[in-house]
Design a protein around this ligand. Sequence first.
Ligand SMILES: Nc1ncnc2c1ncn2[C@@H]1O[C@H](COP(=O)(O)OP(=O)(O)O)[C@@H](O)[C@H]1O
Ligand SMILES: CC(=O)N[C@@H](CCC(=O)OP(=O)(O)O)C(=O)O
Length: 295
Amino acid sequence: MKKQVMNRDWIATARTLSEALPYLQRYSGATVVIKFGGHAMGDAEQMAQFARDIVLMNQVGVHPVVVHGGGPMINELLAKLDIKSEFVKGKRVTDAATMEVVEMVLSGLVNKRIVQAINQEGGRAVGISGKDANMMVCDPVDPALGLVGQPVEVSPDLIHQMHAHKIIPVVAPLGAGRDGETFNVNGDTAAGAIAAALKADRLLLLTDVEGVKDASGSVVTQLSPDQVRELTASGVIAGGMIPKTETALDAIAGGVRAVVILDGRAPNACLLELFTDHGAGSLIRVPFEQEPRKM
Ligand SMILES: Nc1ncnc2c1ncn2[C@@H]1O[C@H](COP(=O)(O)OP(=O)(O)O)[C@@H](O)[C@H]1O
Ligand SMILES: CC(=O)N[C@@H](CCC(=O)OP(=O)(O)O)C(=O)O
């Protein structure tokens, strides 16, 4: 009896691999930007599983770029140092003292944790921030927010070179100012700007809900930019989902083929979306590219 169940499992595994063939072919050579948010990171086991997905993607010919956040980890160190912090419209008001902590946590702790996790799974990851090689040049968003940056010039060269050398880039969302400042950039915003500069095939925004929900609370598996605008105008898309859908629309306008908002806490979320018939989360793209959504 036990043996039969085991046989069935192996057959299912083989079938899953076989069904993945068209997707493996479709994404071979594709650039996929993955935004890994602080809330999606979870424990060491979840981090290892995320890293394994990234290494697998790379192994089958995808060019992944990981852009990470780390808001909860920044909050933790600010609290230990007794530095007060507040958010305005989803962005952290950043003075010089806060900026030092943001850079230490993002470029140091969080970036290196992800790099190490990927390397432990057999990948070759290198951690950078938007300041390296002047990749992401920013202007201040609003004087009231201090050192919060809006990317204005993003150069894809460094990432192209890393991919050419089979290196997986892991990018901390910091930007270089024109006068030598360091800017704090929202992780979603940075991922969108980098995906647009690369004209990425997919931008995956990993978050802590299954996708974009409609007024009835059901996840919408496919949306056009107009539908996103309607859901936002009617207040159905709210709170932390607003910067994500805004990023998605900007990325699509900037040349990204499609954006998927999906639950990063779900096991193998990226693989489920890219390589299975099922797919995951909400896919946002312009309607003329319409092909049947998976599921
Ligand atoms: N229409 C919607 N569909 C899904 N989530 C929504 C919607 N409107 C608001 N939200 C909220 O947005 C949150 C995701 O944003 P946020 O918590 O900032 O993500 P992250 O920490 O991953 O960047 C969800 O947990 C949910 O509470
Ligand atoms: C300007 C701004 O708000 N920057 C963010 C950068 C980190 C981030 O975006 O982290 P998550 O993706 O985990 O939220 C911050 O300081 O928290």
